[in-house]
Ligand binder design. Structure first.
Ligand code: UDP
Length: 327
């Protein structure tokens, strides 16, 4: 296959690119405007096997790239991902995340690209009634980020209804963390807000201390519970999903492990893994945080050949810490 990956210089995109370069013979082309992604990831991954990289935005004219490459599939990552920022600047999210999906699907329509893998998020579920959510659970986002992705999903579904040749897989990611166990790539955002990233930065003294946002939730230890999935397992889920829709119909898949850890459990494990007793404050709740969010991941495990290999909180934190040391 001839595959276009958008946003492959970013955290998740680069891990998917690595898997495809190592484990497939697909021809790969990458576009990324490097607004959040990192050119080092592209340069490192080119050492595995060469691919074409274009430093362009989705707003740019991509006709030449599409005309030249005749893509069979697109894996679309390029998007903004910060929940809090989306509450402060929602239009930025609706333009970059939602409007750009319509834009890239327009290229699909013009150039006959009929396989599409989309990065969605568990944030589409909002504050669920049940701790575990399946793909059938209600989708009522509680922030603009979640809505920007849910609306993108609708755009994709509506386009698929209008074009019987077109098939998509929507992957709803749970809490992605960790880094490539080979140490080639990892998360590079300068102002990351995600728990495991913040914890490893605190271990290394890049932050003086960290905060637990709320310890009065209705959970066993009062802190929020999340389904942390290793980024390399998430990466292989994209390949399994693409293989699946190539032979079967379009699907929405949750991608998580189906178990949860509380913020306190993550902090405790981070201290154990590193041997550093870093400073942790208890702070107020953060707006928009549901108390528990765990995936029911049985659908992707049953329908596709996806076999996760890194379902281990210790390993997730360890690989995140090793990567952070390299930065
Ligand atoms: N969290 C925290 N301190 C931090 C960062 C995150 O207590 O410095 C909590 C956050 O409130 C949430 C959980 O950790 O309950 C996971 O947050 P994260 O930002 O990693 O992912 P999200 O679930 O928001 O996508």
């Amino acid at each position: 296959m001839n595959i276009l990956i958008t946003g492959a210089a970013g955290y998740i995109g680069s891990h998917v690119l690595k898997v495809l370069l190592e484990q497939s013979s697909h021809e790969i082309c990458v576009i990324d405007n490097l607004s959040k992604g990192n050119i080092n990831a592209i340069n490192e991954l080119k050492k595995i096997r060469n691919f074409e990289f274009f430093n362009v935005s989705l707003e740019d004219d991509l006709n030449e790239i599409f005309a030249k490459h005749k893509f069979d599939a697109i894996i679309h990552f390029a998007a903004f991902i910060e929940v809090f920022e989306s509450t402060q600047d929602p239009l930025k999210y609706y333009l970059n995340n939602t409007a750009n999906v319509a834009k890239i699907l327009t290229y699909c329509k013009i150039y006959g690209v009929n396989r599409f893998i989309f990065s969605s998020t568990a944030a589409v579920y909002g504050e669920p009634d049940t701790p575990e959510v399946s793909e059938e659970s209600q989708t009522i986002p509680i922030n603009p980020y979640g809505y920007s992705k849910l609306m993108s999903e609708q755009v994709i579904k509506d386009y698929a209804t209008s074009n019987k040749e077109f098939r998509y897989a929507i992957l709803r990611y749970f809490n992605v963390a960790g880094a490539d166990p080979d140490g080639l790539i990892g998360q590079n955002y300068p102002n990351a807000t995600h728990l495991i990233k913040v914890a490893v930065q605190t271990i290394l003294g890049k932050r003086e201390k960290m905060a637990i946002y709320g310890d009065d939730y209705a959970t066993d230890d009062g802190t929020c519970v999340r389904d942390y999935i290793h980024v390399s397992d998430l990466a292989t889920a994209h390949v399994s999903a693409l293989n699946h829709i190539n032979e079967n119909q379009s699907e929405i898949f949750n991608v998580g492990y189906g178990r949860g850890f509380s913020v306190k459990e993550v902090v405790k494990m981070a201290k154990e893994v590193s041997g550093v007793d870093f400073k942790v404050d208890i702070a107020n709740r953060r707006d928009g945080d549901p108390s528990v969010l765990i995936s029911n991941a049985s659908k992707i495990k049953t329908l596709t050949d996806w076999t996760p290999k890194f379902d281990d909180l210790k390993l997730i934190i360890k690989t995140a810490l090793e990567w952070e040391k390299r930065l």
